[in-house]
Design a protein around this ligand. Structure first.
Ligand SMILES: Cc1ncc(C[n+]2csc(CCOP(=O)(O)OP(=O)(O)O)c2C)c(N)n1
Ligand SMILES: [Mg+2]
Length: 326
């Protein structure tokens, strides 16, 4: 599936946006503006944008803790995503979720969960629900190489495979789970092979090539829409930062980090576009547009006040009226 140049330029713009968005989030985390942890997906932009383009607005999405870029391009206003990361009142979840728990049901971003591996179980619910309601909406769940070691992943894939549920497992293999290399925790050469035991296709993809990611996710999504069941995709990539903002990542060889930075997904798409005759100036204009937009995103988030103390018991289950209960 060859992508038109216009789509590739759009992807370029979005990947640059993801990178700059997270760089700004990182900068403000270092200043102490971001409460709690933030995990950055810098270096993994092709995984996020390639997948976004393969999904419809009505598909159910389960981002993981490193998916800020995808969350924005699922269709949530980036200003409200940044405000959420800053824990502010205008955040998409009123500042209560923070980086880890950004959800937006209007675009069927079902949110993330702090318990690694639990999303793939919840994802069974939306996948089954779509089938039950007679729609062809697909569920896509992002998870990491480390998370795949959770028992919940086996339970989820077993059920999805048996019931042929429309579920796509997007395993972003950035090779580390915090400080542990995936070779130390998984016996397979490629994690995608894990799917074979369940009679499910497992596909290894170059996760730094946005076109390859788009094609692989599209194929898996179409297969799911046709009612042929789940697919496990293993996107090979690397996170440039430590596990969380502030982790010096001393456990990784410097040479390894340098090598992976040479495979930058954004520079790679840039080479593809300029090789196809797109003037560098045109890409520069896209980058300039990102800078202008990002200043507005950060300004909005900084200007938004923190949630007031009196609000702390609002919008929680406590307020809900349960029939038959006092
Ligand atoms: C059940 C559970 N165990 C441990 C943790 C702590 N934890 C948070 S992220 C993480 C590593 C996840 O690694 P991976 O799935 O490869 O994702 P990555 O961070 O590399 O994107 C761990 C162990 C957790 N949140 N939940
Ligand atoms: Mg990982």
């Amino acid at each position: 599936m060859e992508q038109g140049l216009e789509t590739l330029k759009q992807m370029y713009h979005e990947m640059v946006f993801c990178r700059r968005f997270e760089e700004e989030a990182h900068r403000y985390a270092e200043k102490g503006v971001v409460p709690g942890f933030i995990h950055l997906g810098i270096g993994q932009e092709a995984c996020q944008i390639g997948a976004v383009h393969a999904l419809r607005r009505t598909d159910y999405k389960f981002p993981d803790h490193r998916c800020h870029g995808a969350i924005v391009f699922f269709g949530t206003d980036p200003k409200r995503v940044m405000a959420e990361i800053f824990g502010r009142r205008d955040g998409i979840n009123r500042g209560r979720g923070g980086s880890m728990h950004i959800s937006d049901l209007s675009v069927r971003n079902m949110g993330n969960n702090g318990i690694q591996g639990s999303s793939v179980l919840t994802a069974l619910g939306t996948a089954f629900g779509a089938r039950y309601l007679g729609t062809d909406d697909v569920t896509a769940a992002f998870l990491g190489d480390g998370t795949l070691g959770e028992g919940a992943c086996h339970e989820s894939l077993n059920m999805a495979a048996t019931w042929k549920l429309p579920l796509v497992y997007i395993v972003v293999n950035n090779q580390y789970a915090i400080s542990t290399h995936c070779r130390e925790t998984h016996p397979q050469e490629q994690l995608a092979d894990w799917a074979r035991g369940y009679g499910v296709p497992g596909v290894v993809v170059d996760g730094n090539d946005v076109e390859a990611v788009f094609c692989a996710v599209s194929d898996a999504v179409e297969r799911a829409r046709r009612g042929e069941g789940p697919t496990v995709l293993e996107l090979m990539t690397y996170r440039w930062q430590g596990h969380f903002a502030g982790d010096p990542a001393a456990y990784r060889p410097e040479e390894e980090v340098r090598e992976w930075k040479k495979r930058c997904p954004i520079r790679r798409l840039e080479a593809r576009l300029t090789g196809a005759g797109v003037p560098r100036q045109e890409l520069q204009e896209l980058e300039d547009r990102v800078e202008t937009d990002m200043a507005e995103v950060v300004r909005f988030a900084l200007d938004s006040p923190p949630p007031g103390r009196t609000e702390s018991t609002r919008h929680v289950y406590r307020d809900r009226l349960v029939p038959g209960r006092d």
